[in-house]
Design a protein around this ligand. Sequence first.
Ligand code: GLN
Length: 308
Amino acid sequence: MTDLRTVVSEIAQEMAGRSERGTVAHYIPELACVDPARFGIAVMLADGTQIAAGDCDEPFSIQSVSKVFTLTLALGKVGDGLWRSVGREPSGNAFNSIVQLEQEQGRPRNPFINAGALVVTDTILSGHQPREALGEILRFLHFITGDDGIGIDEAVAASEKQTGYRNAALANYMKSFGVLDNPVAHVLGVYFHHCAIAMSCRQLASATRYLAFLGRNPDTGHSVISVERARRINALMLTCGHYDGSGEFAFRVGLPGKSGVGGGIIAVVPGIASVAVWSPGLDPVGNSRLGTEALEMLARRMHWSVFG
Ligand code: GLN
């Protein structure tokens, strides 16, 4: 079998030398300061071994990758009732698009576009103060990684709050349809803060493990979520995890994955590994340009695919 260590280190070397790296997200001013030359990768196997390279220990803003963890929590809280207020179809639109909301009575297409993630955040928030809801999200990440050091980058949260006009528009618009239960300011506050969670590739690969191993932690055998739910979250990552680039990602990489505008991507190789990559430069759809390429190389060289 191809040696995973060799593949991972060759990918990191190759990416370090690339000049075309995409463009860092500018609409969140704090993210515009991130050095586009960074690249990190971490692969975590069933036995807990981590094979990592590049800036794999450097925390970065996980942004929309957090939507996978908030979806997991919201499903844990309200179960399939969540699907009354959010759909499960690819949107074919930008992550921050508002156009479909009017035609579809404020019910977002899926939980990974911003509108859908705001509904998910609203669900977690119900019955709690914003601080408690954030505490719950962080506690979940600490629990699944065994790492209490994971926290929020307050500068990024404040930066997005100052410029988050689109998300404010989406939340207000959905509120007008009665889709959000909590005050718009609370929903936005919790959303901006969970997007501003900072994690390294190693931490993210570890957090993604339960999705690669039937909803369980393969070390302890402890169940995080049911196998059915893990499968469904993976299905949503495959179909919707990269917004209007989801088809392209499935075509090129062939694994369930979720991107964020901080340049991170998590990917799931069912039964084999969880993966996290980070390169801050984005493609025009808002997905990490070199992160996608790195995953494409990894999947091709390791013969990893959910398509056989
Ligand atoms: N916090 C970002 C936003 O709402 C998340 C978007 C993303 O990562 N695609 O715009």
